[in-house]
Design a protein around this ligand. Structure first.
Ligand SMILES: C[S@@+](CC[C@H](N)C(=O)[O-])C[C@H]1O[C@@H](n2cnc3c(N)ncnc32)[C@H](O)[C@@H]1O
Length: 304
């Protein structure tokens, strides 16, 4: 595989994962049109634009307006070859129709959060410190993490922690939350961390991750409807690809990866290129610990 191409100027804020592998498998070329559904800070997008020089085009979507502003600045050097749009990637059909396009030559999804969102310190994604329990990537979304914690039934909260967070102690945690919110509704991350710490007996506290990691993951997935969105785009993506066009998806936990694997396998239009998911090298994981859980799956649209 070739050496990674440099990412955008704001690379200190987010290091693009599996960049070399994405370029090798997406195979961007001049004249092609590529869709990046998770623009973030534009790291992958910039590399795709460089590789598809001089005439490749990139349509980048992100529903977080702060990410979008940074991506626009990062991709300014590509002029009209880059089009950045604030949108949920589930809307790609309408977005492409607005641009007068019905097919693209490749689709990339790099799911989840950017380091910018994780580290911004005010959106409640991190369990370190005290932040407002928001967790919306798109601030137009109507429900925050605090809303869910203060409103959902014990069973619904337990399901979120168990299914989305893969947290085995989901039931006692949900019970402790429902009890605690009677006295004081949830507003900040440290409140939630304290309740989780108390609800899980010490002997069950995990050693390698923070005790609240899985609860935070579950809540974040629920607030942003991440799995529903993924199912929707996996359902429509292949229809928007030109024959020979590739669909590349980077996921960060087993729930997402399972959905991608199944959707690719059952989609008659697609031929799976990566029999096993592509994983980052040890060198990449050392440079960027966030890459450790990444899995890349790629499928190609057949003719017809
Ligand atoms: C991991 S980051 C992408 C980083 C980017 N590939 C780069 O190299 O800079 C994921 C981005 O996807 C966005 N995102 C997540 N779900 C989305 C959705 N359903 N629609 C649009 N953007 C979404 C997040 O706001 C975040 O900025």
């Amino acid at each position: 595989m070739s050496e990674p191409e440099s990412t955008a100027p704001y690379e200190a804020a987010h290091v693009s994962v599996l960049l070399t592998e994405v370029l090798d498998l997406l195979q961007p070329r001049s004249g092609g049109v590529y869709l990046d559904g998770n623009l973030g800070l534009g790291g992958h997008a910039g590399a795709i634009l460089k590789r598809s020089s001089p005439e490749g085009r990139l349509i980048g979507l992100d529903w977080d307006d702060r990410a979008l502003t940074l991506a626009q600045a990062n991709l300014a050097e590509f002029g009209e070859r880059a089009t950045c749009i604030r949108s949920n990637f589930t809307e790609i059909k309408a977005v492409l129709a607005d641009l007068g396009l019905d097919r693209v030559d490749g689709i990339l999804l790099d799911l989840g959060l950017s380091s910018l969102q994780l580290d911004a310190g005010e959106r409640g994604f991190s369990f370190r410190g005290s932040e407002s329990l928001d967790m919306r990537m798109d601030d137009r979304g109507d429900e925050t993490a605090a809303d869910l914690l203060n409103k959902l039934s014990k069973d619904d909260l337990a399901d979120i922690f168990y299914y989305y967070g893969e947290e085995r102690q989901a039931r006692p945690i949900a019970a402790a939350i429902v009890e605690s919110r009677i006295k004081q509704p949830f507003t900040t991350t440290d409140q939630l961390v304290a309740v989780v710490e108390r609800a899980i007996p010490r002997r069950f506290h995990p050693r390698k991750i923070h005790v609240a990691t899985k609860v935070f993951q579950g809540l974040r997935i629920a607030v942003n409807r991440e799995l529903d969105n993924l199912v929707k785009i996996l359902d429509i993506g292949s229809e928007l690809l030109q024959p020979g066009g590739r669909f590349c998806v980077i996921s960060f936990h087993s729930l997402e990866d399972r959905l991608v694997k199944r959707a690719f396998a059952k989609d008659q239009r697609l031929q799976v290129i990566t029999k096993r998911p592509v994983r980052p090298t040890e060198k990449e994981c050392q440079r960027n610990p966030r890459a450790r859980s990444a899995k890349l799956r790629v499928a190609e649209r057949g003719v017809g």
